[in-house]
Design a protein around this ligand. Structure first.
Ligand code: GDP
Length: 456
């Protein structure tokens, strides 16, 4: 077994706060010698009581000089983050003091923690499953409120909770089939095929909706790719800037200026969005513009949601009709821009113009409604609390499980012996165990924990 993944009995140490200077810096130790390692250094007036902040003076053992005053918190095993003895020393956030504390801990027998090792120990000690460990990383990395909430729900076990009845149902089916095979001579009824199929349905449906949640979970996790398209001069760059609240894209009155893709990250109501301004889509002979248009089509293909911008002051063009036909099966929002140019009564008088979200990138009218339209498209019916798949690893596990269930279904239909169906069912169970980390190959575990940083 990889040495990283055997639970080691040594004591590890790392600075848990970000690098740099700050009001407070925290050094964290975990392992059997967490407290003893630094005892000679910390002139404790009283002995450290678990889960209680204790004021200490840190003295240099060599010179006896005062280095800093700090507050320590001791967590006795198993009631700690890692389920081991943990000591947290909150000193002033000076790299010199923190460095001194680390040096002393190393001299006292601790070793430097590897990236993600605190959380890895929590996982190996059964304190959390793998989806929760991933959630720790996601919570730390969150850049918007929504991402933080999603990670916090997963940390609280939302995904594992959602998965657990499905796993139980699958295990029950396996057990029933096993019984039929093992005790075939003992009058135990063999499960009829209809019952197997009904059980497969009951397992497959929740897994399928979990797999579907990846689209939403991925967007909350990694951000929504939102492409802005439309004819030249429709006001795409102006809308881009309006959504950004900054002047990033060049706005000119000459059609065809945005030749390259311009992208920026924004948060729209707490959801991270990668906003992509594309070149205008139109037929052209200009080589640079043609390149831009090709890139626009690529951006369109990769987008999660598309804003089709049109000039509301002009009659609906054949180009617009073509574009909307092309996007028929894609998620898009029709944005009628330049409504400030319309007389008050317009809209209803022009056929089709009442469709879509009416905005003016110039004045800002309607932009809030557009923001809401974007977020309600993303949220759909999913909720954060229900447990979502947020990364490719998780999605891959559920997909493999679903594939194995389909195989099982085919085997039942083909009247293949139950022994073979069982193999498929075990193959469906395995990825679900991997998902939560019950039986996950070491290399996958290594991959997960290596994406953490030191001290986590
Ligand atoms: P793009 O080619 O689609 O990116 O369009 P731009 O954003 O560069 O805008 C083209 C022209 O339309 C510029 O002169 C803008 O000032 C103007 N424009 C953009 N949005 C509006 C709007 O809502 N109302 C009015 N009146 N003009 C706009």
């Amino acid at each position: 077994m990889d040495p990283d993944l055997t639970l080691e009995q040594d004591t590890i140490v790392a600075v848990a706060t970000p690098p740099g200077r700050g009001g407070i810096g925290i050094v964290r130790l975990s392992g059997p010698a967490a407290l003893q390692t630094l005892m000679p250094l910390l002139k404790l007036e009283v002995s450290a009581e678990p889960r209680r902040a204790t004021f200490v003076r840190i003295l240099d053992p060599a010179s006896g000089h005062l280095i800093d005053e700090a507050v320590i918190t001791y967590f006795a095993a198993p009631n700690s983050y890692t389920a081991e003895d943990v000591l947290e020393i909150a000193s002033h956030g000076s790299p010199v003091v923190l460095g001194f504390l680390i040096e002393q801990a190393l001299a006292g027998g601790a070793r430097l923690a590897r990236a993600g090792e605190f959380t890895q120990r929590a996982f190996l000690n059964g304190r959390m499953d793998l989806t929760q460990a991933e959630a720790v990383r996601d919570l730390i990395d969150a850049t918007t409120h929504h991402q933080a909430r999603l990670a916090a729900e997963q940390l609280g076990g939302a995904l594992s909770r959602r998965l657990s009845p499905t796993k139980r149902a699958l295990l029950y089916l396996i057990a029933s089939l096993e019984a039929g095979i093992d005790f075939a001579e003992d009058d135990i009824d063999v499960l009829p095929d209809e019952k197997i199929v009904a059980s497969l349905d009951a397992v497959e449906a929740p897994l399928r909706s979990l797999a579907d949640s990846f689209q939403y979970g991925r967007i909350l996790h990694a951000g929504l790719k939102l492409a802005i398209v439309g004819e030249p001069n429709a006001g795409k760059s102006s809308l881009f800037n309006r959504l950004l609240d900054r002047d990033r894209a060049i706005v000119t009155a000459t059609p065809g200026t945005t030749r390259d893709l311009i992208s920026e990250r924004v948060a729209i109501e707490g959801i991270p969005v990668e906003l992509i301004d594309t070149a205008g889509l139109r037929t052209t002979t200009d080589e640079a513009e043609m390149l831009g248009i090709a890139k626009s089509h690529e951006a369109l293909a990769a987008a999660d949601l598309i804003l089709v911008v049109t000039d509301a002051s002009k009659v609906i063009s054949s180009q617009e009709r073509l574009l909307r036909k092309e996007l028929e099966n894609r998620p898009y929002i029709l944005v009628r821009n330049k409504t400030d140019l319309l007389p008050d009564t317009a809209g209803a008088s022009v056929p089709g113009l009442d469709e879509g979200v009416h905005v003016s990138a110039l004045t800002g009218v309607g932009i809030d409604i557009l923001r809401e339209a974007i977020t309600s498209r993303i949220h759909g019916t999913a909720t954060l609390e229900s447990g979502l798949l947020t990364n490719v690893r998780q999605h891959d596990a559920v997909s493999r499980s679903l594939a194995a269930l389909s195989e099982a279904r085919r085997a039942v239909a083909a009247r293949i012996p139950h022994e073979m169906v069982m193999l498929n069912l075990y193959a469906a169970l395995q990825p679900l165990d991997e998902l939560t980390g019950t039986t996950t190959p070491d290399d996958v575990l290594n991959l997960v924990f290596s994406t953490f940083c030191i001290g986590k």
